[in-house]
Write a protein that binds this ligand. Structure first.
Ligand SMILES: Nc1nc2c(ncn2[C@@H]2O[C@H](COP(=O)(O)OP(=O)(O)OP(=O)(O)O)[C@@H](O)[C@H]2O)c(=O)[nH]1
Length: 498
């Protein structure tokens, strides 16, 4: 089975809900179409173009003068990432034990020049080039790589890229690599046999095959888009966890230029997929990589959301991309969480720093910073507790971790990733709201998109918060984390094949 097919299977629950719902909506009040009508409909599938504006009478206004080009200032010193504010606890701060923690600097710099995070184009090679000099911020052309090369079958895009990199040849992955979601949708051109072997190892292989949206034999059913149908579509999108506001916006946009026209299920899927991709496009951004090391990535989220698993996957993939990584097991209150992280650390070949149960996570974070600096690590991934039961405590804990790591690097943490569990549906929205208050969230990772009918929540999140979505988790295996591709996600969610 192709990797593309895996994704389709994994998003089966979400797409099948939409599939089934759309079938029902269109068949109610819809009618089979004669062949001639089908040809006509195919020609008029796109929304009607807006009428051309009538030429304005009278003279045209003078064109506005072009603004003077402003030369970009050349940085003389290395540019550092901007520090994000330390989240302030609601309760008055307790004085820290000076024996436990090193002195805080008198005052954190108000503002540091910000290093522009470099977002990685999707077809960059996996290997980041080495910095050319001390003074220039060096963009690291890397997005979260797909899969662990040791597990990537020969002939896959990543393997091809690595080989080409080794040979000093630049490879456009666009040609060889179909995105992760795309591969799960079944459009991979990679050899099927090796991928089938890899897929067979995953739980996804045991999920029943997804219903395909290939046109059924016989006449296509079409239904004229009217108010009733729009209302039904709204309800269906709400049931898919898109949220009321987003569902209303999506259906309103879908109606534009199509109202009164006869649509088939595939027409609606295409229109929906376009609309969803349009919403998701601006938030699909790989995690920025900075030249400043260690780059500190704070990972937050409620217990069970998939933080540990995501850290393990990230560590493995960054390491496979040639980065040196250290993990700090910051949830010191749960021995099981620490043990789980150690297992992932072993799998990824990455050291995991731990502290005795119940000890201060901030001092572990400080030690981890010291070690990461001493060892010249590229990335430090810090796990944190996710107990929301006592928000004030959690807020203070996160704030203290941030204060302490800023003693070492005032610009840290460079990324604060909020890990969300897709199966929680609309609850993910309130988690974002809460964690944005607790920590300065810089991006999202959505886990467990496999096996949930609530994948639509990602659209609601993008629409409501506009926070970057760096990656998605679609399984429990080490290579089941992928950069977020809005087009492929939209197609997978709507169950569209092509
Ligand atoms: N199906 C699926 N399961 C996942 C995914 N990500 C994580 N999980 C599973 O979700 C469960 C919880 O994941 P953890 O990584 O332990 O979550 P956590 O946020 O670290 O939880 P605590 O350790 O309790 O703080 C585990 O059984 C993982 O295997 C995913 O993308 N898909």
């Amino acid at each position: 089975m192709s990797f593309f097919g895996k994704l389709k299977q994994r998003l089966f629950t979400s797409s099948s809900r939409l599939d089934k719902g759309l079938d029902e909506i269109v068949s109610q009040g819809g009618e089979p179409e004669a062949e001639d009508d089908q040809r006509l409909a195919a020609q008029t599938l796109a929304p009607e173009p807006a009428p051309e504006p009538a030429p304005e009478p009278g003279p045209l206004p003078e064109p506005a003068p072009e603004p003077e080009p402003v030369p970009a200032p050349e940085p003389e010193e290395p540019i550092e990432p901007e520090p994000r504010p330390v989240p302030q606890p609601e309760e008055p701060e307790q004085p820290e034990d000076p024996e436990e923690l090193p002195d805080e600097p008198e005052e954190l710099p108000e503002e540091l020049p910000g290093e522009q995070p470099v977002e990685m184009p999707r077809d960059w090679p996996l290997e980041a080039p080495q910095p050319q000099g001390d003074s220039l911020p060096e963009p690291a052309p890397m997005e979260i790589p797909v899969g662990n090369p040791s597990e990537i079958p020969l002939g896959s895009a990543s393997a091809a890229t690595s080989a080409a990199d080794a040979a000093g040849v630049s490879v456009s992955q666009g040609a060889a690599k179909v995105g992760f979601l795309g591969r799960l949708l079944g459009r991979s051109s990679a050899p099927a046999s090796a991928e089938a072997a890899a897929a067979a190892k995953t739980p996804a292989a045991r999920i029943p095959a997804a219903k395909t949206s290939a046109a059924p034999a016989g006449p296509v059913i079409r239904r004229a888009l009217d108010d009733d149908m729009l209302e039904q579509l709204e309800e269906l999108l709400i049931a898919s966890d898109m949220g009321v506001d987003t569902a209303l916006r999506v259906t309103a946009n879908l109606a534009e230029g199509r109202y009164g026209r006869k649509l088939s299920v595939t027409d609606i899927k295409r229109a929906l997929a376009d609309e969803i991709a349009r919403i998701m496009e601006p938030v699909a951004r790989p995690m920025p990589i900075y030249t400043r090391t260690p780059q500190v990535v704070l990972v937050v989220g409620v217990n069970g959301s998939g933080k540990t698993t995501t850290i393990g996957k990230l560590a493995s993939q960054f390491r496979a991309a040639g980065k040196s990584v250290i993990i700090a097991a910051g949830d010191t209150f749960r021995a099981a969480a620490v043990e789980q992280l150690q297992v992932w650390g072993e799998r990824a070949g990455v050291p995991v720093l731990t502290a005795p149960e119940g000890s201060d996570p901030a001092s572990l974070a400080f030690d981890a910073m010291t070690k990461a600096e001493a060892e010249g690590a590229d990335l430090l991934l810090i796990d944190t507790a996710g107990r929301l039961q006592n928000r004030a405590d959690l807020m203070e804990e996160l704030a203290k971790i941030v204060r302490v790591i800023r003693k070492k690097d005032p610009t840290a943490p460079h990324n604060t990733l909020l890990v969300l569990d897709a199966t929680t549906g609309q609850n993910a929205l309130s988690q974002v709201e809460i964690f944005r208050k607790l920590a300065d969230v810089s991006g999202l990772v959505m886990t467990k998109l496999d096996g949930t009918a609530k994948g639509g929540v990602l659209v609601a999140l993008a629409d409501k918060f506009g926070l970057p979505i760096h990656a998605i988790g679609v399984g429990e295996q080490i290579d089941d984390l992928a950069p977020f591709d809005p087009q492929e996600f939209a197609r997978a969610l709507t169950g569209l094949d092509a």
